[in-house]
Design a protein around this ligand. Sequence first.
Ligand code: CA
Length: 533
Amino acid sequence: MRPFKRRVISGIAAGIYTILAGASPLKAQTDWARGGVCYEIFVRSFFDSDGDGVGDLPGLTRKLDYVKGLGANCIWLMPIAQSPSYHGYDVTNYYEVNRDYGTTADFKRFMTEAHRRGIRVLVDLVLNHSSSEHPYFQSALMDPRSPYRDWYLWSPVQKQNKNWGAPVWHRNPYRDEYYYGLFWSGMPDLNLANPQVKAEAQKVARYWLKDMRVDGFRLDAVAHFIEAGDTVMNASGNNPWLRDYEAAIKRIAPSSFTVGEVSYDTPDVILKYYPDQLDSYFTFQIANLLIDAVRAGSAARLIPALAYSQKTFPPGRWSPFLRNHDQTRTMTEFKGDFTRAKIAASLLLTLPGFPFVYYGEEIGMTGDKPDPRLRTPMHWKKARAAGFTTGVAWEPLQADSMTANVEAQDTDTSSLLNLYRRLIHLRASNPALGTGDFVPLATANDAVAAYLRRKGNRNVVVVANLGTARASGIALGSDKSVLPAGTYTARALFGGSGSTTLRVNDTGAMSGWIAVPALDPLTVHIIEISKRD
Ligand code: CA
C-alpha cells in the first residue's frame, strides 16, 4: 500500500511497558527487557479462531504457548485500535479494539493470559496522524467552527511541499482549502502542538496502560510529530514534546518501557534528536548491515557498526532486529537459503540490547513488496491455509506454506525454528549473552565475525564464518585489555567445541587464540570462557 511504502522510507516507531500488580508473576521493575526478546505480531495474520479468514485476539490467545515456547518474553502487537485499513495505521477510534480482531473483553483476556505466562505486551501507538475517517477529522473537515478544527493543520492554498514525491497538502472536498497529511490523504497529521491534542494523547496512553493493562507502546512516526514550517522531520519542537509525553507515560505507569523507530540513521544522529526520551531505539542501520554481511560473506562493515552502537547508545538501550513488517523478509533476501537465515539469526540473538523478531521469521517465511505480501498469514501446519484459518485467508499465503511451517520444523532439531528457540533461551539464561558488553575481536579475515560478550565473570565468545570457504587457523585478538589475565577454560554452548584453553597475558589482551581450528562455511560457534581458580 502506498502510504506504507512511504512509511518505510521515513522510519519511525516506539513502545513502552508497564508492570502489573496482584497475582501476576511479573516483577515490578523496568529492566525485564534485559536479556529478553520481543516478538512482533500482526494480529490479522497470526491465527483465525472463527473461520472468517482474519486473525483475531482469541486466536492469538490460543497461540500464546507457541510464543512462550519460542522463549520470547515480550510481544509487540501492530495496531489493534479501530481502523478502516487492513494494517491499522490509520485509527478511527483510539479507545476501541479493532472489531475485526474482537472485543475489549477479548483483549483483556489475551492480556491476562499473556501475563500469566510472564509475557509483556507492547502495542503500536499511532499518534502522528489519525484516519481521515476519524469523527474528529470529519467534524473539522466539514465545519470551520468545529471544536476539533485546531486538532489538524490547514492551509488556504495548496503548498507545493512533497514527501517522497507525493503532495503532503490535500484538498478539503467540502471547501477550498487544504489539510496536511505527510503520509497520505487518508492519514491527516494531528496537530500535536495543540495542548488539547497533547492532553488527548496522554489520555490514550492512560487508557491502554491502566484500563487495558498493556506493558508499553511502540510509538509510531515519532520523527514527524511536530512540524516547524517546512521542517517536518526531527523538528526542534519534537524533542521536548516527546520528553513530556514520555514523562507523562512514566507518571501513569512508572515501570513502563518505550521502544522507538525514530530514525534509519546512525546512533549519533538518533541520539542527537532523541537523546533521552525512549527506553530503546530500533537500529535499522544494524538490520541492513546484518543482512548485507551474511549475504556478502563479510563482516568488515558490520563489526565496526556494532561496536559504534555499543559505544554510543546508553547500555542496553537499543533494539537490533533483522526485518520488520515494512521490509522484505530475511528468507527472501537470502533467496531461500536456510543456512544463511540461521547465521543471521545467530548473530542477531547474540547481540547486546533488546532484539525484536518479526513473526514467521523463525520458520523462514518469505515475503516481498507490496506490503500485504510482507504480512501474510502465519504457516502453522500442512493443512488447508497452513492451519491459519478454516475459511478463506484474508490474504493468500506464501507458496511454500506447506513445507516451511511450524509443524514441519517443530521436531526437527536442526530446523531454523529450533535454532531460534535454543538461542533465545540461551540468551535468557546466560548473563553475558543477555546483558553483557560487546567487545569486537580481530580475526584478520573479513569473512569471520568475532566478538566477546562480557558480564562480570561470565564471558562468551561468538565466532561466525560468514563465508563460503573453510577458514582455518583463525586467531582471535583484541587491541586492548578485555579480560583479567589468567587461564580460561573454553566450553562450547553452541556449534561444537574447539580449543579448550585460552591464556590471557598480563596486558589483559586476547592474542592469537584459535578458538576453533577450522571454521566450516556458514557456521557459528558460541563459546563460554571461564577463568580457572
Ligand atoms: Ca477471525
